[in-house]
Write a protein that binds this ligand. Structure first.
Ligand code: AKB
Length: 323
């Protein structure tokens, strides 16, 4: 029987991944760990919640022991834009939190999932069809913590045989929980603005192309990788995964097909634009496909249709839409 701990369970990925894991492994077997954000009503209603700071290793060890945890999905971290505003704090949370998780996993024999990001790449990385194994010289604190995180995960896997697996996520689009503090957040904000105000002022330039992914694909990727046969894995960790590669202009045009009166304007935020300009346009995810069968489901038009439908229900106070 699996006993799973999800750190950052109230964040953008965590709030959906926790529910998907509870559906598969049973509500009582998936413990949602939170720190600052309140849990969504479905997380609060369906299973156990614990509250601690990932930088507090004794608190983490106690939860792992008390709850007999065998797998940790470690999602708690600061995103790129906020990490650039407070780099020392970003290092503290992103790196010391991860070290505590890896050390706990080594001592208690847990498997670990660690989400890396397109932010692990930098301006010297080939931006088109970014290879799995390539130059990684990020110039942001977020990127520095993601590359360091990838390396320390590899180290724990090779040196201590901890079963650590991970993905490089693109920008994630979801209707349940907003991201907060990311460079790709425009791709979520735009949907709220389109439905509520019919207009959106974008903080990235119209032609800024980045990899994006709809949350159901992101959740599926994490679970499939953790379920994959370890004998088939060559990389284990930091797999490129990709889905939809778009610009704000293209996303706005697709939204306009559903809401013809929608308009977009651009007021570039130089900090987030510089971060976006240092990231790949489109990653090559062949290794994920070959090693564990990764394939995204949602196209741009399917994602936009689904987002608009489900977010409209949420914004009008309707019941959450499952699936
Ligand atoms: C961010 O924008 O910081 C994140 C990411 C791409 O890792 N969404």
């Amino acid at each position: 029987m699996k006993r799973i701990l999800v750190t950052g369970a109230t964040g953008q990925i965590g709030s959906e991944l926790t529910m998907a894991l509870r559906y598969i492994y049973g509500n009582e077997n998936v413990i949602a760990a939170r720190h600052s954000r309140q849990p969504s009503p479905d997380i609060a209603a369906t299973g156990p919640i614990v509250s601690f700071d990932v930088r507090d290793q004794s608190a983490l060890i106690k939860v792992v022991k008390d709850q007999q945890i065998d797998t940790i999905y470690h999602l708690a971290s600061l995103l790129s834009a906020v990490a650039e505003k407070m780099p020392q704090k970003a290092w503290d949370i992103n790196m010391n939190g991860l070290m505590n998780v890896l050390e706990t996993a080594r001592m208690m024999r847990c498997a670990v999932f660690f989400p890396s990001s397109i932010g692990a790449f930098g301006p010297l990385t080939p931006a088109i069809n970014t290879p799995q194994d390539t130059i990684q010289r990020p110039n942001t604190m977020y990127g520095v913590t993601k590359v360091s995180g990838e390396l320390i995960c590899d180290y724990y896997q090779q040196r201590f045989a901890v079963d650590v697996r991970g993905l490089r996520y693109p920008g994630l689009i979801s209707y349940k929980t907003q991201a907060g503090g990311g460079t790709t957040d425009y791709a979520v904000e735009i949907f709220y603005a389109a439905l509520q105000k019919k207009t959106y002022q974008c903080f990235l330039a119209e032609s800024t192309q980045l990899d994006m992914m709809y949350m159901p694909d992101a959740v599926k990727a994490a679970i499939s990788l953790m379920q994959a046969d370890s004998q088939q894995l060559i990389h284990h960790n930091a797999f490129n995964i990709t889905s939809i590669s778009i610009t704000p202009g293209q996303l706005a045009a697709e939204i306009k097909r559903h809401i013809p009166e929608f308009t977009i304007t651009y007021k570039v935020d130089p900090v987030r634009q510089a971060i976006a300009d240092s990231w790949p346009r489109h990653m090559d995810d062949q290794c994920a496909f070959l090693e564990w069968g990764w394939q995204a489901e949602f196209t741009l038009s399917e994602m936009v249709k689904d987002m608009l439908e489900k977010l409209a229900v949420k914004l009008t106070g309707g019941c959450d839409v499952i699936g």
